[in-house]
Design a protein around this ligand. Structure first.
Ligand code: SAM
Ligand code: SF4
Length: 361
């Protein structure tokens, strides 16, 4: 398969006619397989550890971010993503931190879109807090992005400010509107937080139903130091939320899968598809198909484990991708079976030291 380097200039988005990868006749690559036989077809890429919010479950109020020189350049991010595509990855998700705060982010999407054009990639997508989506939605759609996940934990502006410590709800709602207007399918991610947004969940279900958005609920995971906040106090098991929703509406289990860890139901009366991501109450590792790249080039093999491989050194050692490809294969060969997240009275601290923003969830 041919994967040409990308032209980064404005307006140089590869087309089916100009992309060499598009015209090459090639068998689909054999997917990477981990020691447990799971095919690795999904790469999540955190392009920055920075964020314009400080959500109480994700970050401490005072954060020290990486110096910019530590970050992979755009060209380097493209090279690593392309190496993964060559190895059979079919889906790329750009995340962070907040991916849209990285100034040069659109050219990355523009460049990676050549793999959509060639058919080597099924999906290029992103997870965002929505604060800058209004500016970028149309350009993202033009780069072949079809779906976007937006995090939104409440529809109440004051509570939104309390959860994000900085965020302005109206900007996020404007971003979501712009995404929908640009033709992007929107999924709303909601972290369930005890005593903070649990009573807001039915309202969010109705709001998503009215707009035709899917919604996923996520259990808070013990990742990174969050200052004075206590995860045990935040943690709301989703079986509890599900039980309460089922008192009000009919929840019909669906076989629908997005290739991710969510288990889906149809909430019949409002008419919305609702996913539950339950790393704490139901370990979701058996079908894991993904690995995560940080903005400094570390490849994490599991969200809940510390083992990582450095891809930056082989990337920078040579313009040829041989060493990089070997390092990726070596890393996948040691992907662990699963995570060991626990939150209870004896485990209130982080299971892993890094924040979710390092690997982007
Ligand atoms: N800033 C973007 C956003 O908020 O969507 C992308 C990065 S954020 C780390 C990705 C997702 O992880 C968000 O849906 C966020 O709510 C979730 N998240 C962050 N910290 C979490 C934690 N400790 N437990 C569970 N989910 C978390
Ligand atoms: Fe930023 Fe997303 Fe973490 Fe909130 S969840 S602090 S928006 S990275």
């Amino acid at each position: 398969m041919s994967f040409e380097p990308v032209d980064w200039s404005e307006g140089a988005r590869p087309s089916a006619a100009t992309s060499p990868a598009a015209t090459a006749l090639h068998p689909a690559p054999v997917p990477l397989r981990d020691p447990f036989g799971r095919a690795i077809t999904y790469l999540r890429v955190s392009v920055t550890d920075r964020c314009d919010f400080r959500c109480v479950y994700c970050m401490a109020e005072q954060m020290t971010f990486l110096p910019r020189r530590e970050l992979l350049s755009l060209q380097e991010l493209d090279r690593v993503c392309t190496a993964f595509v060559r190895l059979g990855v079919r889906k790329l998700r750009i995340t962070g931190g907040e991916p849209l705060v990285r100034r040069d982010i659109l050219p990355l999407f523009r460049g990676l879109s050549r793999h959509l054009v060639s058919g080597a990639l099924d999906e290029l997508t992103l997870t965002t807090n929505g604060s800058r989506l209004a500016e970028h939605a149309a350009s993202l759609a033009a780069c072949g992005v079809r779906r976007v996940n937006v995090s939104l934990d409440t529809l109440d502006p004051d509570r939104f400010r309390a959860i994000t410590r900085i965020g302005e709800l109206s900007r996020v709602l404007a971003g979501i509107d712009a995404a929908a207007a640009a033709g992007l399918r929107v999924k709303i991610n909601v972290v369930a937080l005890k005593g903070i947004n649990e009573d807001a969940i039915p309202n969010l279900v109705l709001w998503c139903a009215a707009r035709g958005f899917d919604m996923t609920l996520i259990e808070v995971m013990p990742m990174g130091d969050i200052g004075g906040e206590n995860r045990l106090q935040q943690y709301l098991p989703l079986h509890e939320v599900r039980r309460r929703l089922a008192e009000r509406w009919t929840l019909t289990p669906l076989t629908y899968r997005t290739g991710g860890p969510a288990r889906w139901v149809q909430v019949v009366e409002p008419g919305v598809r609702l996913g539950f991501i339950t790393p704490l109450t139901h370990n979701f590792c058996e079908n894991c198909n993904r690995v995560r790249l940080t903005c400094t080039g570390r490849l994490y093999l599991c969200l809940g484990q510390n083992d990582a491989a450095d891809l930056r050194a082989p990337l920078r050692a040579s313009p040829d991708d041989g060493a990089l490809t070997a390092a990726i294969r070596e890393a996948i060969d040691r992907k662990p079976k699963g995570h060991d997240f626990i939150i209870d009275r004896d485990h209130t601290g982080p299971a892993v030291a890094r924040h979710m923003s390092v690997t982007g969830g």
